[in-house]
Design a protein around this ligand. Structure first.
Ligand code: ADP
Ligand code: ZN
Ligand code: ZN
Length: 749
C-alpha cells in the first residue's frame, strides 16, 4: 500500500473563499462546486466541514474537500451551499482515511464518505456529544393535573424515583414526551442534561480484574511488541488456537491505556459475540464501546462520538469500525486477521486489515495482526521482515493442538455423510461423557435433488447453479439468488417419481445423528438455525454446560468460540477447496480446517480430529496434516511466486454485469481493447487478462464477465486502473452494463 499523506489539505481559509468543492453521496466519480453560503462557520471555511446543498430537486449532505479558485462550471450556474452543519471539521484521522480509501480503491469520494460516516451524521445530525435527559419530580401542588390523568400518573411514578428517570425509561412505560413537557411547563418536573456515557474517574486502577500471569512465550511476545509502542510497528501474532493471544491483546491494551491512549480492536462479525466483549468488559474498568450491526443509528453515533472524543478508551468493532475516529490512537489490534469478513464484497470493496495497516502507518502507532492461520499476504510480510513475526507455539493449557487424521472416504458407505469409523469414534466420545463437533460446510438437507431414472438435477432457473434441498421447511432453495420453489412430485424431464437427495448438508447429518444417537441432544448451527437473534448464543450456552452432546455446524462454528468439552471434531468432507479454480481456495480451506480442528480439546481434554476425504494422498492435504499450516503456507507462497499471483503480483479485477449477455460481452471486450491500446502507448508493464466469463456466468438472470489486471508494482497497476475507470465511466454503454473495480480481490468469482 501507499502511505503518502495528503499534505496541506487541512489548511483553513481566513477569508471567505470564492468556491467550495464538495463530495456528495452519489455514484458519480466527481466532486461538485458550490458558492459558500453567507453564514461563515466558526472555524472558517475549510475541508472536512459538512454542508447541505441543493442537488437537482433534492438536498444532499456532503463534505467540503477543497476551496478552489476556479471552477469549470460557469458562474451563472453555480448554486450556493444552503448551510454548514459543523462548527469544526470532521476528525482529521477519519478524513485522511476516507481520502486514502477512495484513492486506493478508486472509489468515488462521496460514496466512500457516506460509508465511513454513521447514518445519523449522514442525515445531518449534530456531531457534538449527545446528552441524555434525566427527569426529576419537584414538590408542589398537583391540583392543576385533575384534567390530565396521564400526567398525574407520570408524576406519581417519578416521585417514586427521587433521583429521577431517563427519557427512555419513561417512554418505555408508555408515557410520551409531550406529557413530560406538560409537567415541565407546570413546574412539577425538572429536566437535567447529562452526558450519555460518563467517563470513569481516572483514580485507581483501570483494571477491574487482575491480568493472568503470562506464560514465558506470552511474556516474550508482549515484550517485543512493547519495543515499538511509540511508533508504527506492525506485528504478526502467530499463535496456535488457544495459545492466549487474547490475553496478550488485553495486557498490551492495558499498557496503551496507561499512556493515555486508545485501542481499536477489529474482530470478524462472528467473533463479536458477547463472549469476546465480555472478556474486555470484565477486565477493564473503562468504557468499552462496541460497534456492531445491532446498534441503532443513535447508538452508533454515540459510539462514534465516544471514540472521537476519547470518552471510550477501547473501541471494538467489525470491518467498518476501521473508520472510527480516535482522539488519541495508541494501538490497533486485528483478531483473526485472515478472516474473509474483513473484506467488503460489494460497492466499496475495501479490506479493513489493509486500511488498518495504512492507518497505523500514518498515525505512527503499533498494529498487531493475530491469527493461528495468517493470510499468505501477512505471512509473506512477516517472512520478509516488514512485519515482526511473533509466535505462540503452545496452548496456554499446555495441550498441543490436535493433529488432523486423514480418513479415506473412497468406496465407503456413508450415512448422513459419515463413514463407519467416524460414527464409531463419535460413539466412543459420547460414551466417555464428552462432546462432538461435526463440521459440514453446507447448510440445508442435501446439495441437490437428482432423478435416479434419467439423471436430472434440480437447477436454479436464474443462475448457473444447483438448488439446495431443504427439509425445514421442505423446499428447493438457490443459495445464490435465494429463489425458492416447492419440491416436484415427479421428474420434470422423464416424469419418474424416483427423486432422491444427492449428498449431505447440515440438516441431513443432523437427522442421521439424531437417529443413530437417540439419547444424545443434537444441536445444529448454521445460518438457518440461527436466524433468531439469540439462537446462536443460546445454543453455545447450552453446549458450555458440558453435557454429552453433538454439534453439527458450518463454518459459523469454526471461528474463535471456546467449546471446552468438545474432544472430537469430525470434518465430513475436506475436499471442497482442494481442486477449486480460485487461487485462494486452498489457502482458505486450510485455514478453515485448522480453525475447526482448534475447537477440539481446548480445556483439560486432549482432542482428536477426523478429516474425511476422497483424496487422502493429496500432497497439500498431507503436508497440512503432517507438518501444519505454516509448512503448507510456505509451499503455497512458493507456488504463488512462480505463478505470478498475490502477494508477489498485485491484482485488480473489473467485473461487468448486465441482463443481456451480448451487452456484457461487447462492453467488456471494448474495455479490454481500449486498455491494451493505452498500455502500449504508456509502455506500461501491466498485464491484462480477459475478458472471460465469471466462474458463475449467470447469476440472478444477469450475465457476468471479468477482466484481470496485474503488475508487480502497485503504482503501475494503480495508474492503469485509474485510466480504465475513467474510460468506463465515460462510455455510453456504462448505462446498461455495470462495471465495478475490485482492487486486491479476495476471490475471482
Ligand atoms: P487465543 O485467543 O489464542 O485462541 P485465548 O486468549 O482465548 O487464546 O486463551 C485460551 C485459553 O487460555 C483461555 O481460556 C484463557 O483464559 C487461557 N489463558 C490464556 N493465557 C493464559 C495464561 N497466561 N495463564 C492461564 N490461562 C491462560
Ligand atoms: Zn428424470
Ligand atoms: Zn439462483
Amino acid at each position: 500500500m501507499c502511505h503518502r499523506p495528503f499534505g496541506g489539505l487541512l489548511s483553513s481559509t481566513d477569508h471567505t473563499p470564492r468556491l467550495l468543492r464538495v463530495a456528495l453521496p452519489t455514484p458519480l466519480r466527481r466532486l461538485f462546486d458550490y458558492r459558500p453560503c453567507r453564514e461563515v462557520p466558526t472555524c472558517g471555511w475549510r475541508p472536512g466541514l459538512r454542508v447541505k446543498v441543493p442537488f437537482g430537486r433534492r438536498q444532499l449532505i456532503g463534505v467540503v474537500v477543497e476551496c478552489p479558485e476556479r471552477s469549470d462550471v460557469p458562474d451563472t450556474q453555480l448554486k450556493s451551499v444552503l448551510a454548514c452543519l459543523d462548527d469544526a471539521p470532521l476528525p482529521d484521522d477519519w478524513w485522511w482515511l476516507c481520502r486514502f480509501t477512495a484513492r486506493y480503491y478508486q472509489h468515488p469520494l462521496g460514496d466512500t464518505i457516506a460509508q465511513a460516516l454513521p447514518v445519523a451524521l449522514r442525515q445531518g445530525r449534530p456531531l457534538q456529544a449527545r446528552h441524555q435527559e434525566r427527569w426529576i419530580a419537584r414538590d408542589g401542588d398537583t391540583g392543576p393535573l385533575e384534567r390530565a390523568p396521564r400526567q398525574a400518573e407520570l408524576l406519581a411514578m417519578l416521585r417514586q424515583h427521587p433521583r429521577g428517570l431517563m427519557t427512555r425509561a419513561i417512554t418505555a412505560q408508555g408515557f410520551t414526551r409531550a406529557q413530560l413537557e406538560g409537567l415541565q411547563a407546570k413546574h412539577l418536573v425538572e429536566c437535567h442534561e447529562e452526558r450519555l456515557t460518563a467517563t470513569e474517574e481516572e483514580s485507581g486502577s483501570r483494571l477491574a480484574e487482575p491480568s493472568l500471569p503470562l506464560t514465558r512465550e506470552q511474556a516474550g511476545v508482549l515484550a517485543e511488541i512493547h519495543e515499538g509502542l511509540e511508533r508504527y510497528h506492525p506485528c504478526l501474532l502467530h499463535g496456535v488456537t488457544g495459545s492466549g493471544k487474547t490475553e496478550v491483546y488485553l495486557q498490551l491494551i492495558e499498557a496503551v491505556l496507561a499512556r493515555g491512549r486508545q485501542a481499536l480492536v477489529l474482530v470478524p462479525e462472528i467473533g463479536l459475540t458477547p463472549q469476546t466483549l465480555t472478556r474486555f468488559r470484565q477486565r477493564f474498568r473503562v468504557p468499552v464501546v462496541a460497534l456492531h450491526s445491532g446498534l441503532t443509528d443513535l447508538e452508533r453515533l454515540d459510539a462514534w462520538d465516544a471514540a472521537r472524543t476519547g470518552r471510550a478508551p477501547i473501541v471494538i468493532g467489525t470491518r467498518s469500525a476501521v473508520f472510527t475516529p480516535l482522539a488519541a490512537a495508541g494501538v490497533i489490534v486485528i483478531d483473526e486477521e485472515h478472516d474473509g469478513s474483513f473484506k467488503q464484497q460489494e460497492g466499496l470493496r475495501y479490506h479493513a486489515r489493509d486500511l488498518a495497516i495504512a492507518r497505523a502507518h500514518r498515525e505512527n502507532i503499533p498494529i498487531v495482526l493475530g491469527s493461528a492461520t495468517p493470510a499468505l499476504e501477512t505471512l509473506a510480510q512477516a517472512r520478509s521482515g516488514r512485519y515482526r513475526h511473533l509466535r505462540l507455539t503452545q496452548r496456554a493449557n499446555r495441550h498441543a493442538p490436535a493433529r488432523l487424521e486423514l480418513t479415506d472416504l473412497r468406496g465407503r458407505h456413508r450415512q448422513g455423510g459419515l463413514i463407519a469409523p467416524a460414527i464409531e469414534a463419535i460413539r466412543q466420545t459420547l460414551n466417555a461423557g464428552n462432546q462432538v463437533l461435526v463440521f459440514i460446510n453446507r447448510r440445508g438437507f442435501a446439495p441437490t435433488l437428482a432423478c435416479h431414472a434419467c439423471g436430472w438435477l434440480a437447477e436454479c432457473p436464474h443462475c448457473d447453479a444447483r438448488m439446495t434441498l431443504h427439509r425445514q421447511p421442505q423446499e428447493l432453495v438457490c443459495h445464490h439468488c435465494d429463489f425458492h420453489r416447492p419440491l416436484p412430485d415427479a421428474c420434470p424431464e422423464c416424469d419418474s417419481g424416483d427423486l432422491r437427495p444427492l449428498g449431505s448438508g447440515t440438516e441431513r447429518t443432523e437427522e442421521t445423528l439424531a437417529a443413530l444417537f437417540p439419547e444424545t441432544p443434537v444441536h445444529r448451527i448454521d445460518r438457518d438455525s440461527t436466524r433468531r437473534k439469540q439462537a446462536f448464543e443460546d445454543i453455545l450456552r447450552e453446549i458450555r454446560r458440558g453435557e454429552p452432546s453433538l454439534l453439527v455446524g458450518t463454518q459459523m462454528l469454526a471461528k474463535g468460540h471456546h467449546l471446552p468439552h468438545v474432544t472430537l471434531v469430525v470434518v465430513v468432507n475436506a475436499d471442497a477447496g482442494l481442486y477449486a479454480s480460485d487461487f485462494r481456495a486452498l489457502e482458505h480451506s486450510a485455514q478453515l480446517l485448522v480453525q475447526v480442528a482448534g475447537r477440539a480439546g481446548r480445556a483439560e481434554h486432549p482432542g482428536r480430529v477426523l478429516v474425511q476425504t476422497l483424496h487422502p494422498d493429496d500432497p497439500n492435504l498431507r503436508l497440512l496434516a503432517d507438518s501444519g499450516y505454516e509448512a503448507l503456507a510456505g509451499q503455497l507462497l512458493e507456488e504463488r511466486r512462480l505463478a505470478g499471483l498475490p502477494p508477489y503480483r498485485h491484482l485488480a479485477l473489473v467485473r461487468f454485469e448486465a441482463a443481456r449477455e451480448q451487452h456484457v460481452t461487447e462492453f467488456a471486450t471494448a474495455a479490454a481493447e481500449a486498455l491494451r491500446e493505452w498500455l502500449v502507448t504508456q509502455d506500461a508493464s501491466v498485464t491484462c487478462l480477459g475478458p472471460v466469463p465469471a466462474p458463475m456466468e449467470r447469476r440472478q438472470n444477469r450475465y457476468h464477465m471479468q477482466l484481470m489486471l496485474s503488475d508487480t508494482r502497485r503504482s503501475a497497476l494503480h495508474r492503469a486502473c485509474a485510466w480504465l475507470v475513467q474510460w468506463l465511466d465515460n462510455h455510453p454503454d456504462s448505462r446498461r452494463v455495470r462495471a465495478s473495480l475490485d482492487v486486491d480481490p479476495q476471490t475471482l468469482s
